[in-house]
Design a binder for this molecule. Structure first.
Ligand code: AMP
Length: 279
């Protein structure tokens, strides 16, 4: 992989990269389109598919995470992806002398809240695998989804802090017609849960409406309480967190106004979904 990438780079061919965990949907494919737009017709677009064990907690869905490589490969081919990189665990976490992997990349500031607080070790797994993938694929440009807003911010920070020579692009969240953010995990939902999952998007819209109608800012605590109650009207849904924060610093905002970023995580039955938007 690295050798091919080096060859292309030497010939001035730009490499665009979209790292994924597979089970691809239109959200992933919109990142591929963006990568192509960035590198041009002569450039190479790489997609990686790797369900990275180190970013899952012990009680999370690593083993049942949906995998469908044949379908993913077909989608990538149809979208004009030049290379699909599907490393094995042995390639990503080799144990040449039997010793376990013991080097990690840890971002210590932006990772502390929200997904980082709810999923200890998650971002350490993400930054480590993304840094490794960057070293293998040597992309000029890498495209991430705004769907994972905090992840994109953490990766941006990592790239800046470690002087990794790659441009990070964040593409907008793709949604189903009714507003539910596309996610590989939506496959877990029963028809009734799928209906209730709309609460995420409805909560965002309700917050937007409140903020736009208010003449002054709204206390975050008040809005959180109201949105929790609103979401819990759906019997299968349990709020993990709702946060309001500055989109640049990710610092919590006490007062919610236009431009504040909102993120939330909920459990719907056993499925955990996240969403976010600028209000
Ligand atoms: P995943 O396969 O879930 O790890 O996601 C791979 C990449 O696709 C990440 O950069 C995600 O933020 C992005 N992504 C996932 N869902 C969406 C979506 N609905 N819209 C845009 N990007 C997405």
């Amino acid at each position: 992989m690295q050798r091919a990438a080096l060859g292309w780079r030497r010939r001035g061919i730009k490499i665009g990269f979209v790292p994924t965990m597979g089970s691809l949907h239109a959200g992933h494919m919109s990142l591929v389109t963006e990568a192509r737009r960035r590198v041009g017709p002569r450039g190479k677009v790489f997609v990686s598919i790797y369900v990275n064990p180190t970013q899952f907690g012990p009680k999370e869905d690593f083993s049942k995470y949906p995998r469908d490589l044949a379908r993913d490969a077909k989608l990538c081919r149809a979208a004009g992806v030049d290379a699909l990189f599907v490393p094995t665990d042995a390639e990503m976490y080799p144990r040449p002398e039997g010793a376990a992997h013991s080097t990690y990349v840890v971002e210590e500031n932006l990772s502390a809240t929200m997904e980082g607080a709810a999923r200890p070790g998650h971002f350490r797994g993400v930054t480590t695998i993304v840094a490794k993938l960057f070293n293998l694929v040597l992309p000029d440009v890498a495209v991430f989804g705004a769907k994972d807003f905090q992840q994109a911010a953490v990766i941006r920070r990592m790239v800046r802090d470690l002087n990794i020579p790659v441009k990070i692009i964040v593409a907008p969240t793709k949604r189903e017609l009714d507003g539910l953010a596309m996610s590989s995990r939506n496959k877990y939902l029963s028809p009734d849960e799928r209906r209730q999952a709309l609460a995420l998007w409805q909560a965002i819209q309700a917050a937007r409406k409140r903020v736009r109608a208010a003449r002054r800012g709204i206390p975050a605590a008040t809005l959180k309480k109201q949105l929790r109650a609103f979401i819990h009207r759906q019997s299968a849904v349990r709020v993990d967190y709702i946060e309001f924060f500055n989109p640049e610093t990710l610092l919590a905002e006490k007062t919610v106004r236009r431009g504040t970023q909102m993120a939330l995580a909920v459990f719907i039955g056993k499925t955990r979904l996240i969403d976010n938007a600028r209000l």
